[in-house]
Design a protein around this ligand. Structure first.
Ligand code: FES
Ligand code: FE2
Length: 389
């Protein structure tokens, strides 16, 4: 199963996983093989992506009936689509005829039509159109609807699960709603979505977004000045980690664009009206929530060392309604893209080091508590799955 010669057995993997502790100040990091070994991907997919709830995206990404995206999460191709009654739905993106992937990319459709032999489903997944099936004895189209997964929306985010009986979502998220309640996320709207591939493991991509340690080294002239010492990570229950930090200005704008700052979201008061909450919903979704904007990343593994990234930038609805919104939003996009462009070469260089069989687990600085908290959550998922094997 394992490809790397430094982890010659599952026992040695288990030993390294067991060195990741709940207290990040005592813990070693995730074993490097988990970032680099193609042989571990199936275990990771089962342990991390086939269990519990997964973020599909901000529900507002699909505002109109027929809006859809074809995604692949944990090796499962799926469709997210808004039906004609306005509900979001998730289906397996596998045709009930002979299994073809049906939709690709994003767009708007009034039916879900397989390109292979044109079996066609409505937006509720019911098989409605097919040809030349008169020979199929007792064929009942009602039995050949698309496989549907549960979908729930909480605080503006759409979640799905591949489990037959997923845990209760509110128990899964626990303190999440309370931590984000001041921003009233349900009325935020998606303004821009970008998708791209990166040459690094999906976990490193999310990790760099959740630590302040690299800011002076990687972003010395762009965004480092924005961030004074953050608060410690919040002590929360639920499948996420979160850390708030005050900022010097609008965190989503570069220094020479601060005059374009949009107003703080309606109703924000106190410290949260001038700062950013960095939250990581396990396993693969993270966002920065400032007083005026939210930028979110979802990272999907393509292989151990390549990932597909969805970047979504959202604003409160009253900001989007402003006459000069587009011009001001352009400065936000420039800042977010500039910081990302600075991170990417470091992530690729990190991957090169992680790919070595001589890479070893490290320790965490006081400025990366969320990375340590994720590490513990992640290894618990793997250990649980290994026990089941
Ligand atoms: S595989 Fe989809 S219609 Fe044949
Ligand atoms: Fe960064």
């Amino acid at each position: 199963m394992l490809v790397r010669p430094d982890l010659v057995s599952l026992d040695s993997l288990q030993q390294q996983l067991s060195a990741v502790l709940p207290d990040e100040n005592r813990s070693l990091g995730i074993p490097p093989a988990c970032y680099a070994d193609a042989g571990l991907l199936p275990l990771e997919q089962r342990a991390v992506f086939q269990h519990g709830w997964l973020v599909l995206g901000h529900a507002d990404r699909w505002p109109a009936a027929g809006d859809y995206s074809a995604l692949e999460i944990g090796g499962v191709p799926l469709i997210v689509v808004r039906n004609k009654s306005g509900e979001l739905k998730t289906f397996a993106n596998s045709c009930r005829h002979r299994g073809s992937q049906i939709l690709t990319g994003d767009g708007n459709c009034n039916k879900i039509k397989c390109p292979f032999h044109w079996w066609t489903y409505d937006l509720d997944g019911r098989l409605k159109v097919y040809s030349r099936m008169e020979n199929a004895i007792d064929f009942n189209a009602d039995e050949f609807g698309l496989v549907e997964f549960p979908l729930v929306v909480r605080d503006g985010f759409a979640f799905t699960s591949f489990e037959d009986e997923p845990p209760a979502i509110d128990a899964w998220l626990a303190d999440f709603a309370g931590c984000h309640e001041p921003w009233d996320l349900e009325r935020w709207r998606v303004a821009r979505v970008r998708e791209f591939e990166v040459e690094c493991n999906w976990k490193t991509f999310i990790e760099v977004f959740n630590e302040y340690y690299h800011l002076p080294m990687v972003h010395p002239d762009s965004i480092n000045w924005l961030y004074p010492e953050p608060d410690p990570a919040d002590v929360v229950s639920g499948q996420f980690t979160t850390q708030f930090g005050a900022t010097e200005g609008a965190a989503a704008l570069l220094e020479d664009s601060q005059q374009y700052a949009l107003p703080s979201a309606r109703g924000l008061k106190g410290r949260v009206a001038k700062g950013t909450r960095y939250t990581w919903i396990y396993p693969n979704t993270t966002f920065a929530l400032s007083q005026d904007s939210m930028w979110m990343y979802q990272a999907f593994p393509l292989s151990a060392d390549r990932s597909w990234i969805m970047q979504t930038i959202s604003f409160p609805d009253e900001s989007i309604a402003l006459e000069d919104f587009d011009e001001r939003a352009g400065h936000y996009y420039a800042r977010i893209d500039a910081a990302l462009d600075e991170d990417l070469p470091f992530l690729e260089q990190q991957q090169t080091g992680l790919n070595s069989r001589f890479a070893r687990p490290g320790r965490f600085s006081a400025l990366e508590p969320s990375v340590g908290k994720f590490a513990y959550w992640y290894v618990q998922q793997l250990l649980r799955e290994l026990k089941l094997d």
